[in-house]
Design a protein around this ligand. Sequence first.
Ligand SMILES: Cc1cc2nc3c(=O)[nH]c(=O)nc-3n(C[C@H](O)[C@H](O)[C@H](O)COP(=O)(O)OP(=O)(O)OC[C@H]3O[C@@H](n4cnc5c(N)ncnc54)[C@H](O)[C@@H]3O)c2cc1C
Length: 321
Amino acid sequence: MAPVGCAGGRTLAIPMVRDFCNASSAASAPGPIGWIEMDLTTIRHVAQPAARAELPAFLEGDSFLAGGTWLYSEPQPHLRRLIDLCALGWEPLSIGPDGVDIAATCTLAALNAAVFPAHWPAARLVAECCRCLMGSFKVWNMATVGGNLCLALPAAPMISLAAGLEGTCLIWSPDGSERRLSIFDFITGARQTALRPGEVLRSLHLPAAALRRRSEMRRASLTKEGRSAALLIGTRGAEGDVTLAVTAATPRPFRFHFERVPDASQLHDTLETALSPAAYHDDVHGAPAWRRHMTLRLAQEIRAALERDDGGSRPEGARRT
Ligand SMILES: Cc1cc2nc3c(=O)[nH]c(=O)nc-3n(C[C@H](O)[C@H](O)[C@H](O)COP(=O)(O)OP(=O)(O)OC[C@H]3O[C@@H](n4cnc5c(N)ncnc54)[C@H](O)[C@@H]3O)c2cc1C
């Protein structure tokens, strides 16, 4: 098995399609694939563009491939071609004075291992959110930030991270143009994004202004290793203003802003006004009524922690309730 793709040389069972691609390009023509064991049996070609100009026109039956941890996890009979974004060779992370740019193909493992400037206390949320995806090392080493955002499961921890830290998505359009969307506009619902056919999520930007804030994160899951059913992130700026991101409990993320730390009833009323009981997500990872209950409870915990004048941040990771 050839060590290629986002995982940077790790050999796993998942990249069998990429093996086929290498084999087929050696033979110079893609074709029927009955001679090699594959998970996605309808795939006829894997494109591996090395630059943006090499991205093929997006056709019916195409899908972008990132880490493949979801794509290879269930049948995709409608697909004929994969376009391997990892072949583009993007630098996983770029840290600068205005914040951090995370390539869509950056793996959760690489993101978790990143070291950030000490004057960005909220950067601890990066690793904390990575750890909310309870996959094995195999999943962590292949799953990408972009794949997590584009799949747009309510429990996507990269949505939570981006929502908590005011992330912006850079999108490449097929006509060569680019556009930027706030994470709150990028995620439009459960398994729904603002991406148009053929558009590629290029990167996620987290601004330094958000990374400099104090932060608190709370998470609820039905089981110890389960998916997030509610994940809330609150931050407080030097001027005392507070933002609260509600994710996982709802099909898409919500953001609330307060000029100063709200009191308990103001926070309760704000959430209840904005999020009706029907606004909460319903799946096997949690019933809407429970998600609502946990959202209100975790929000109050965050409020109380941010109100304390003790530096706020909990030293040890996300807490499960
Ligand atoms: C054990 C296990 C646990 C998991 N737990 C969670 C969890 O808690 N939360 C969660 O959200 N997910 C979870 N997943 C699902 C999945 O592994 C993750 O969402 C992962 O981050 C997907 O990333 P990927 O790079 O593997 O995406 P892929 O499988 O390669 O792609 C996913 C989708 O996104 C599209 N896509 C990928 N990158 C781009 C891009 N840059 N631009 C445009 N489209 C793109 C693909 O075409 C595809 O439709 C879990 C999976 C496993 C196996």
